[in-house]
Ligand binder design. Structure first.
Ligand code: G3P
Length: 223
């Protein structure tokens, strides 16, 4: 399973990269705005800074919603660095753009996917990744993890090369459930990645080991 971090915050990306477990980064216009990144030059420079931290797979989203506009933006984004994956929204012109970009060997991540039908269309068009937003499905009383399971099965049935990228992951259980059902990628906020470290029995066990070691040392020194 690939681990991506879902943020545009350079410190969080560096921290996750330093752990040695990171396979990529996903961003979106909301995450870029959260970091206060505005203006085309700053946005491009920020994507380049992210590419300089990680080894591969930096999703950068187009703003245009028409075919020509998306193609033009995709070409600009893909020229920033070979690590860029162009994020394209799941709309009619987006599907056409994904097909064009696949034929040009430009990798794409089809975003804002909320149904298996949308995922099939994106895979047929040649998307490298599809991003179902599981937390947002849960928000409206659906079952986001079940959608991931359905799409993984469909892609397996037809040997689609498109990878299922579980997005809008809100907590550790989402991540574990996605791993159980074979999602190819999970993109998580930093707090979810770090949260995987935590278990009270680990803390308790380590404290005990260190206390026993110290006690044995003291006993040896007194002997
Ligand atoms: O990867 C998509 C993600 O950024 C959306 O997450 O929590 O805003 O639904 P959320």
């Amino acid at each position: 399973m690939k681990f991506f971090i879902d943020t545009a915050n350079l410190n969080e990306i560096k921290e996750a990269q330093d752990l040695g477990i990171l396979d990529g980064v996903t961003t979106n216009p909301s995450l870029m705005a959260k970091e206060g990144i505005t203006g085309e030059d700053n946005i491009m420079a920020h994507y380049k800074a992210i590419c300089n931290i990680v080894d591969n797979n930096v999703s950068a989203e187009v703003i245009a919603t028409d075919y020509e506009g998306m193609i033009s933006e995709a070409k600009t984004l893909s020229q920033i660095d070979r690590k860029i994956v162009v994020k394209i929204p799941m709309i009619k012109d987006g599907i056409k753009a994904i097909r064009y970009l696949a034929d040009e060997d430009i990798r794409t991540n089809c975003t804002l996917v909320f149904s298996a039908g949308q995922a099939i269309l994106a895979a047929k068009a040649g998307a490298s990744y599809v991003s179902p937003f599981i937390g947002r499905i849960d928000d409206v009383s659906g079952d986001g993890v079940q959608l991931i399971e359905q799409i993984v099965l469909i892609f397996k049935n037809y040997e689609f090369k498109t990878e299922v990228l579980a997005a809008s992951i809100r907590h550790n259980l989402h991540l574990i459930q996605c791993a159980e059902i074979g999602a190819h990628v999970a993109t998580c906020p930093y707090k979810v990645i770090i949260g995987l470290l935590n278990h009270p029995l680990t803390d308790k066990g380590l404290a005990q080991f260190l206390a026993d070691h110290k006690k044995a040392q003291q006993t040896a020194e007194l002997a």
